[in-house]
Structures are given as C-alpha cells and as structure tokens.
Write a protein that binds this ligand. Structure first.
Ligand code: NAD
Length: 370
C-alpha cells in the first residue's frame, strides 16, 4: 500500500496509524483527522487499491461532514488493502485482526464503508465493543439496509430543486455505482416520481431512456449479477454512465470519477454526490460555470453517518430518519443560499460552514487540539 500522506494542515490529521499482520495478510491504515468536537467516526473501506492519501482525504471529508451535520464527533477513516469479495471466513479473520490492532485507540469509532458491511461491524463489536453500523439483531440501525444515505440524498435533492429549472416528476436519473447508496437513492427518488434511466457497477452499465424498473434492477444485483446483466435495457460499458443524458446524475462509487478532462462528458442539471470526493475542485468549478448545481458530498451524503450517530447515542430507526431529513434539508438550503448570495461554489459554502464549527470547538481545547 502506498503510504504517502498529503501535507498536514491546521485541522489535522490528529493521528495516523499503519496496521499490518503478515500472518493474516492484513495491511491497513487509520487516519484520525480531527477530534476537537468528539471522538472520530468514519467507515472502514476495503479494496485492493486503497492508499494512505485516499484514507487521509476521506478522513478530512468525515471531519467536515460530521461538523456540518452538527454531530458530537470528529472525523476519521480506515482502509484495508484487500479484495472485499474474498471467502467470508478469510474476511472475518482479517476484520477481527484489524479490530484488535485498533483496540486501544479510542479516538476512532469504526463504521461500514465500501467493501465492509453490518456483519463486519458485528465482528468488530465482538472484538473491541466500539463500533457503529451494527446489524439490527445486535442492537444496531442497519443503515445500508434501510438506505439511510440514499434517503438523505433524496431530501438534499428535493431542496436543491428550488435552485434548478426542472421538477422531480419525470426527471431522469443516472447513478454511477448501484450499491448500498446508489440503489436506495434510486428507490427513494423513483418513489417521488423521478425515472431511473441509467446505472452502473464495477462490471458494466445499463441504459433505458424509457426508464428502468428499480425494484427489478435491485433484484438483479441481489442475485450477484452486474446491472449490465439485467434482462431489459441496453447493456453498455461501465464508464458510459458519464455520457447518459439526464437531469440528476449521482456518483455513488469511487473518488475522483469526475475530473477536468472528462467533466465535459456530463449532460445533466444537478449532481448529488453520494460517493465521497467524487469530483475534483476544478471539475466542480467547470460545472458551476455551466449552471449545473452540485451538492457537495459531505452535505448530501451525511445520512449514513447521522444514522450511525443516532445509533451510537441509543436512538432508533424512526429518530434516525427524522434527524436525517431535518439536517439534510437545513444544511442543503444553507449551503445553496450562501453559494448563490456570495457567488461562491456550494463546496466553498459547505467548507466554510463546517470549518467554522470545527475551529470554534478547537478554540475550547487545550493547545487548540485537533
Ligand atoms: P457499495 O460497495 O455498497 O457499492 C458501491 C458500488 O459501486 C458497487 O455496486 C460497485 O460495483 C460499484 N463500483 C465500484 N467501482 C465502480 C466504478 N469504477 N464504476 C461504477 N461502479 C463502481 O458502497 P456504498 O456503501 O454504496 O458506497 C458508495 C460510495 O458512497 C462510497 O464512495 C462511499 O464512501 C460513499 N458513502 C457511503 C455511505 C453509506 O451509507 N454506505 C455514506 C456516505 C458515503
């Protein structure tokens, strides 16, 4: 794993931990970015190609996300360099080994992210007790099963429509990454009248200008197939989602998928960032100049971590949904109105909102502790 980290700044990182165990084949990293507001919460990402830079950038995104959402938590993230599709007993060994390696670092509370799920969180609880995103039978609110992030994304979109020139009824939606976030976003948006016309996963894409049946597409995925193997619609190659014309485009897969050199391929009016850091800042600027509204990741995809924080505080599913809807609507409205009034990018408005809260908390800490 590439261990080179981005340059530190006055917000963090607070702590960086490199963990490895050759006997088990574990190599991972934890970046605790900032704990001024409280112990950090952030997911564990498992993928063969993760690195320290991705971990540190995602940890910063969590600092901003948790602060913007008004949660009593700082930001952190963990990565494990491994194939998440490995046999389950190997995965359990790896995840348990990782958990025991971070046992004593109470500044980091792990949660699920790409490649890890509620079952992984149950193994971690069994090892060290400190975790969010547990299965329901272990006292958790199963955030991916209930679609906490897709639900929040939908509320963010509903508020953003006030800044767009189309309505949700009949609006065409394209989703890159039909996983936990993507499929629930498709489900909630289509319940409100939007039409899913395209979707992709790591193996391919599917397109139907007349609209895809979301429930049937979810079933295709549940059978272990790619969206491109769905019976109806036109199978296409994975990255063709960039070219599919729509009103709402949702990145829900990996970082940096929209960059300066490919941003011109998008033909959309609104981008709701389900994935973390899916767009470079340069690409976001180009989109703003073209009149495309971009909902920043750490505002629009905060549903999952809000749900996790409600679980950590002992709340239930109903409270989680209510809190997500309230916070996502308020924050999206604040960010877009500040962006319009001050003529700045939504991301700049969002960063200002979040860092103001983090700096205020830091000012109360001894030595201005991160
Ligand atoms: P997931 O593993 O359930 O789904 C990811 C999907 O993306 C899979 O279908 C995978 O096949 C697909 N994918 C991977 N690489 C791809 C590529 N290059 N092109 C197209 N599709 C690709 O993960 P998830 O939980 O849905 O998370 C997706 C993104 O959303 C991640 O960036 C994650 O950090 C972010 N996120 C997740 C949550 C959450 O609650 N799960 C919350 C906030 C942010």
């Amino acid at each position: 794993m590439d261990l080179s980290l981005p340059r530190a700044d006055d917000l963090g990182p607070f702590r960086v931990l490199h963990v490895q165990n050759r006997a088990v084949g574990l190599e991972g990293m934890v970046v605790v970015d900032n704990v001024a507001i409280g112990p950090s919460i952030g997911g564990i990402r498992m993928a063969p190609d993760v690195n320290a830079e991705e971990c540190a950038r995602l940890a910063r995104a969590m600092t901003l996300k948790n602060a913007a959402a008004g949660l009593p938590h700082g930001g952190g993230k963990a990565v494990i360099a491994a194939d998440p599709g490995m046999p389950v007993h190997d995965k359990e060994r790896l995840v348990r080994c990782f958990a025991s390696a971070i046992r004593d670092d109470r500044s980091y509370i792990p949660g699920p992210d790409m490649g890890t799920d509620e079952t992984c969180m149950a193994w971690i609880r069994d090892e060290i007790g400190r975790v969010v995103g547990l299965p329901e039978d272990s006292g958790g609110i199963p955030l991916d099963e209930i679609g906490a992030t897709g639900f929040g994304l939908t509320h963010s979109v509903l508020v953003a429509l006030e800044y767009c020139d189309f309505e949700l009824a009949g609006a065409r939606v394209v989703i890159q990454g039909f996983g936990a976030v993507g499929k629930h976003a498709a489900r909630f948006l289509s319940q409100d009248g939007a039409v899913l016309v395209g979707a992709s996963d790591s193996r391919g894409a599917i397109y139907d200008p007349d609209g895809l049946d979301v429930d049937a597409l979810v079933r295709t995925k549940d059978e272990g197939k790619s969206v491109s193997e769905h019976g109806s619609g036109e199978a296409r190659d994975r990255d063709s989602v960039l070219d599919m014309e729509c009103e709402i485009w949702i990145p829900a897969a990996r970082p940096d998928v929209i960059r300066e050199e490919n941003v011109h391929r998008l033909k959309t009016r609104l981008i709701a960032q389900g994935a973390n850091i899916p767009c470079t800042v340069g690409a976001e600027r180009t989109l703003a100049e073209a009149g495309v509204v971009v909902l920043p990741d750490f505002i629009a995809n905060a549903g999952g971590v809000i749900c996790a924080a409600v679980e950590y505080a002992g709340g239930n599913r109903t409270q989680a949904f209510e809190t997500i809807a309230e916070k996502l609507r308020e924050n999206t409205g604040r960010v877009l109105s500040t962006s319009r009034d001050r003529g700045i990018l939504p991301r700049q408005a969002a960063v200002a909102l979040a860092t103001e809260r983090v700096r205020a908390a830091m000012s109360h800490r001894r030595w201005g502790l991160f």
